[in-house]
Each structure stands twice: as structure tokens, then as C-alpha cells.
Design a protein around this ligand. Structure first.
Ligand SMILES: [Zn+2]
Length: 183
């Protein structure tokens, strides 16, 4: 893919990406960029305004904070307050607990609605969680994202692969043998 930006513009973009490397969303962007993937950010025309939009792969990526989006906190559990247990990466405060539970529950419901609309419109939705982006886990996480991107790309384009029939074309080996005999 050719670079549409001038070297100066490219430098500005890259320094912006590298400058604030702590936010989870930026870690994902940075990895994708470094591996040659191009994307758009917060595209309004795409439902749910995903963090990263990859039209070529018809894929929307959401990078979710574990607390605000209730990672590992089951929505069913959220419905009945006493049953709620904190997950390892989403610790709901004890103080004013009902408020926080309701807030996280609403966020989860909105997330699900957005994912459903995207899915119904033929988009692949990938959710990357904050806790999957630690230095130890980021490579594994992003390789998985890359696999999902490429699998979806293949499914979209369905290349017509013609199987190679060995029995019909034995000529290459025969020709080589002849060649050697002549020497
Ligand atoms: Zn998490």
C-alpha cells in the first residue's frame, strides 16, 4: 500500500502515535500501524463509533477499559445486585455500589447494541480488553487480532483457488529427467 502522506506529515502522525503510548487504544493503533495495517478513527458513519475502523477488512475494533465496560462481569449477575462479584480486572467500588453497577450495566447494554448493529450490517466486531494489552500479553493479543482480520478478509473476498491436479500434469518431472540424460 502506498503512503499518501508526505514525510513531514508521516512524522507528525508517528510522533503522535508514539507520544502517548500508555492509553490502551494507542497501543493497538501503534501495533497495527507498525505491522502495515491502515485504519480510521472514530468514523461517525459507522454505528457505535468504533475506536478503530478498518474498511478493507470490514472490521470494527473496540478497545475497552476493563472497569467501564465491566470485563468478566456477567450482565445476568449485574441484574441482581447481591450476586455481583468483582472480576479480576473490574473491581466495582463498595461505596455507592448500586450506582456503579447500574452505570457499568448500561455501558454493557449499549456495547451489545452497537456490536449487534455492526454485525447486522456485515461488520466483524473485535473487542480488545485493556488487560490483554500488558507488555506480556500484547503480542499474543494482537496476533489473534491479525488472524481475525485476515480470516474475515478471506471470507469477504472468497478467492477462487483452483486445486492443482498432479495426475494431469506430470510433465515438469519428465522434462527434467530428459534434460539430465542429454548431458
Ligand atoms: Zn480485563
Amino acid at each position: 500500500m502506498t503512503d499518501r502522506l508526505t514525510p513531514e506529515q508521516r512524522h507528525r502522525v508517528m510522533s503522535r502515535i508514539h507520544g502517548k503510548g500508555t492509553k490502551p487504544e494507542l497501543k493497538v493503533r501503534q501495533w497495527l500501524w507498525q505491522h502495515g495495517y491502515r485504519y480510521r478513527l472514530n468514523v461517525k458513519s459507522v454505528p457505535g463509533k468504533p475506536d478503530i475502523v478498518m474498511r478493507r477488512y470490514r472490521t470494527a475494533i473496540f478497545v475497552n477499559g476493563c472497569f467501564w465496560h465491566g470485563h468478566h462481569v456477567e450482565t445476568q449477575n449485574l441484574a441482581s445486585l447481591p450476586e455481583i462479584t468483582n472480576s479480576s480486572c473490574c473491581k466495582i467500588p463498595q461505596t455507592n455500589r448500586e450506582f456503579w453497577v447500574n452505570k457499568i450495566k448500561r455501558n454493557q447494554e449499549r456495547d451489545q447494541q452497537n456490536y449487534q448493529v455492526l454485525h447486522d450490517n456485515g461488520w466483524q466486531v473485535i473487542v480488545v480488553w485493556e488487560c490483554q494489552l500488558t507488555p506480556k500479553r500484547i503480542e499474543e493479543t494482537m496476533l489473534r487480532v491479525e488472524l481475525l482480520l485476515n480470516e474475515h478478509f478471506l471470507a469477504l473476498h472468497q478467492p477462487k483457488v483452483v486445486p492443482y491436479n498432479v495426475q494431469e500434469t506430470p510433465t515438469s518431472i519428465a522434462a527434467e529427467e530428459e534434460h539430465y540424460e542429454k548431458r
